[in-house]
Design a protein around this ligand. Structure first.
Ligand SMILES: *Cc1c(COP(=O)(O)O)cnc(C)c1O
Length: 360
């Protein structure tokens, strides 16, 4: 295929075109250094400046005060499932979790495997993870409360984050980091594998309140030690240099577009376009319950699996790719991350209407 498709993949996912173009232009010769960023020492001044720039942008876009530290780590969000209990557990306290689906469950399993005290305070398993539990209390003995801000597989998202008082709120924001404005100071720690909404795979963004770094014990694996990576400004060992470079370009793109409010407005518009089609049809059946619908992953079923297959195939033939739902939910999932354009979503809604006319 010679033209770029409209890419609804859940992750790795579509990236902003200007970001890809800049990366292409700079690939052979980064800022007149005569070498690619792929070939450069991570101990060079140039790379150090790049890491700082990326950090500052991440802080600036959401107004994180300098009581927070940005880290670039490896191992994906999956490594963070272990890093959180290893770093944040406290003597006599319990790591608390809200189970909103497969990724949350995996986070819980890591705490369990590591033999750290944990408890599941609420779960939406009973309704097939169509919703987010809102009726629960944070324990006085909680070391932290862990949530998954957006459930990539089911298409649910926390409409508002829980108030946790003095207990640090920890969020896996892998699939919705910087899709909308939030109050940064509500969080103790945020982490996100970059490959959905913030860059390529292989780099994980962690934003952590500095006082929590004091909790990191010395006897945990070096590669998962937040305190150490904070002291070394993410450069304890060789980082994913190219990944950090790409994250910086994506963050620059957010700023160039006009910042987080512009991005949020656009995301709300895209989601509304899709949900409007779903709501005005008996043919399409949305999966997530209304108050918890995601801005990033829109999930729905068709009357039969046969029709779902036809939908995915016909859409792909028109250049609308990556729409097959996760096997645990089935049906269709449109991932409409920051880099997806309004026009891309409009192409999809037009296709949906015509498909319903032909098969409904
Ligand atoms: C994709 C995803 C993960 C897994 O991320 P990896 O970087 O592959 O480890 C974890 N949590 C959420 C919410 C995700 O969407």
């Amino acid at each position: 295929m010679s033209e770029r498709v409209i890419n609804f993949n859940p992750g790795p996912a579509t990236l902003p075109l200007p970001v890809l173009k800049t990366a292409q232009e700079e690939l052979l010769n980064y800022h007149g250094e005569g070498m690619s960023i792929l070939e450069m020492s991570h101990r060079s001044k140039t790379f150090d400046a790049l890491v700082q720039e990326a950090e500052e942008r991440i802080r600036r876009i959401m107004n994180f005060p300098d009581t927070y530290q940005v880290l670039f780590l490896q191992g994906g969000a999956t490594a963070q499932f272990a890093a959180v209990p290893l770093n944040l557990s406290q003597e006599g306290k319990v790591g608390e979790y809200v189970n909103t689906g497969a990724w949350a469950t995996k986070a819980i399993k890591e705490a369990q495997k590591l033999d750290k005290p944990y408890r599941v305070v609420a779960s939406s398993e009973e309704d097939g993870f169509r919703s987010i539990p809102t009726d629960f209390k944070v324990g006085e003995d909680a070391a932290y409360l862990h949530i998954t801000s957006n459930n990539t597989i089911y298409g649910t998202q926390w409409p508002e984050y829980p108030q946790t008082g003095d207990v640090p709120l920890v969020a896996d924001m892998s699939s919705d980091l910087y899709c909308r404005r939030f109050n940064p100071e509500q969080f103790g720690l945020i982490y996100a594998g970059a490959q959905k909404n913030a860059g390529p795979s292989g780099v994980t963004i962690v934003i952590v309140r500095k006082d929590l770094l004091e909790r990191s014990p010395a006897n945990i694996p070096t590669i998962l030690n937040y305190k150490l990576f904070a002291e070394k400004h993410s450069l304890y060992n060789t980082p994913n240099c190219f990944g950090i470079y790409m994250v910086n370009l994506v963050m620059k793109w957010i700023e160039d577009e006009g910042g987080i409010d512009v991005i949020e407005q656009r995301n709300r518009k895209k989601a509304e376009l899709l949900y409007n089609v779903l709501d005005s049809s008996d043919f399409y059946r949305p999966h997530a319950s209304k108050p918890f619908r995601s801005l990033m992953n829109v999930t729905w079923r068709l009357p039969s699996e046969e029709l779902e297959k036809t939908f995915v195939a016909e859409a792909a033939a028109q250049g609308l790719v990556g729409l097959k739902g996760h096997r645990s939910v089935g049906g269709i999932r449109a991932s409409i991350y920051n880099a997806m354009t309004v026009e891309g979503v409009e192409r999809l809604t037009e296709f949906m209407k015509s498909f319903e006319q032909r098969y409904g």
